[in-house]
Design a protein around this ligand. Structure first.
Ligand SMILES: Cc1cc2nc3c(=O)[nH]c(=O)nc-3n(C[C@H](O)[C@H](O)[C@H](O)COP(=O)(O)O)c2cc1C
Length: 406
């Protein structure tokens, strides 16, 4: 179009808009951009519409009764470590690189000799029946459909066998040994007979002494009787099954023994014939000891800030653990991972893969299996995006040179 013609057109349209009637009609049709974004967003009705992982959090909050939401969200004391886990990713910056062949990006990762579609697994979250009627079964189906590793919690609402069947692949089973060794032995036997590929010993839950103030205050605001869904009206994992069903738990008083020593670890190591993974390691000293005493992997974790108020974010604990382990076994990490960039940073700091807890529970709460799948897909999409920016075309290329301490 000739320049003169363009100008004439613009002048005519502009002068028409100046007429009161036409300017009203135009405004009604298309509000100015400054108003457009202020409109209330359409309600999200399908998991695929949620733009990012954090977008599932308010949907879960809306879907759940106050006590169940608080069970999922809270930590200990003032919940500061929960918050720190997320904020600490701001301590690291990613170095973008420009020259790379990005035609074939490879997100896969080799873990224990298997090729994972991406360096992410679903960490254990107890009592998922509190979030969705299909609970752990829906999570297992999502893990299966995306080929993602699942870790099942000792406090699962569903027994091990049906979850194994639903996830259709190697299942990691989290272990709370309890303070009765006879129960520990029976649990290990039960998990091994069921066919789990690894037992994950949680080391950071120090019994009844944790201060769940914020959870208890939310529970007090929930008028529903717990007996409606808590078997035996109990919040004690070993009393409400089904993982513990049929085991004599009459001498159990807490989930972990007070004498959680290296001797205890050695005794357990001798008992466990599948892989044994130590979860809840946050220092180089403990990582070195765990490896020396036969751990097949360690997980850097503060239980999502649910057991300790140390103010040390998992991502900040990772470098000293990686240094102490010296590549002898895989180092996994969980706590506060909400973006593909968070995953990237952990890989750059030496993690083999990362675990997520609350995010897939939010997805489950809001949309069941679809929600869990959508959460996994978002991590994959975002990791893909940042790998392109960083010029790292496979996960093995992500390394120390990919990040800076801010
Ligand atoms: C509601 C809830 C229950 C959990 N239950 C267990 C559990 O029984 N055993 C365990 O080792 N970790 C448990 N975790 C911790 C997770 O496995 C994981 O370490 C943590 O959630 C990671 O942090 P994130 O939630 O910020 O991703 C639980 C986490 C949540 C949110």
């Amino acid at each position: 179009m000739a320049k003169r013609e363009q100008l004439t057109r613009r002048a005519v349209l502009g002068s028409l808009g100046a007429l009161p009637f036409l300017s009203w009609a135009r405004a009604a049709d298309t509000p100015p951009p400054s108003l457009l974004y202020q409109r209330e967003a359409a309600p999200l009705t399908a998991a695929g519409q949620v733009p990012n992982v954090m977008g599932f959090e308010p949907l879960a909050r809306r879907a759940l009764p106050p006590a169940h939401y608080a069970y999922l969200a809270t930590g200990v004391d003032d919940d500061h470590t929960v918050v720190r886990n997320q904020e600490a990713f701001g301590h690291y910056q990613i170095r973008a690189r420009r020259f790379a062949d990005r035609r074939h990006l490879d997100l896969t990762r080799e873990v224990f000799g298997a090729r994972w579609p991406m360096p992410l697994y679903l960490s254990c979250v107890s009592s998922m029946g509190a979030f969705h009627p299909e609970g752990e079964l829906a999570v297992a189906r999502a893990a299966h459909s995306r080929g993602v590793q699942m870790m099942l919690a000792s406090g699962s609402s569903v027994a091990v066998r049906p979850v194994l069947d639903a996830c259709g692949g190697p299942l990691w089973m989290q272990l709370y040994p309890t303070d009765d060794w006879a129960v520990t032995e029976e649990l290990v036997r039960r998990y091994t007979d069921a066919g789990v590929s690894a037992i994950v010993l949680t080391l950071d839950n120090l019994g009844r002494r944790r201060n769940n103030e914020t959870l208890f205050s939310a529970m007090a605001r929930d008028s529903r009787p717990c007996a409606s869904c808590h078997v035996n009206n109990s919040h004690d994992m070993w009393r409400r099954g089904p993982i513990f069903t049929g085991i004599d738990t009459s001498r159990v008083t807490q989930l972990e023994p007070d004498e959680q020593t290296l001797q205890f670890f050695d005794r357990l190591r001798a008992q466990v014939k599948v892989r044994l993974i130590a979860k809840g390691i946050v220092t180089g000293e403990d990582a070195a000891l765990a490896v020396q005493h036969g751990a097949d992997a360690v997980i850097v974790s503060n239980h999502g800030g649910r057991d300790e108020e140390t103010l040390r974010a998992s991502i900040d604990c990772l470098p000293e653990v990686v240094a102490a382990v010296r590549g002898r076994v895989p180092v996994f990490v969980d706590g506060g991972f909400r973006r593909g960039t968070d995953v990237f940073k952990a890989l750059a700091l030496g993690a083999s893969a990362i675990g997520v807890g609350r995010p897939h529970a939010w997805g489950l709460s809001a949309f069941g299996q679809d929600g869990v799948e959508a959460v996994i897909d978002i991590y994959a999409r975002e990791l893909d995006a940042i790998m392109r920016q960083a010029g790292t075309v496979n996960t093995g290329e992500i390394g120390a040179a990919s990040v800076l301490r801010a």
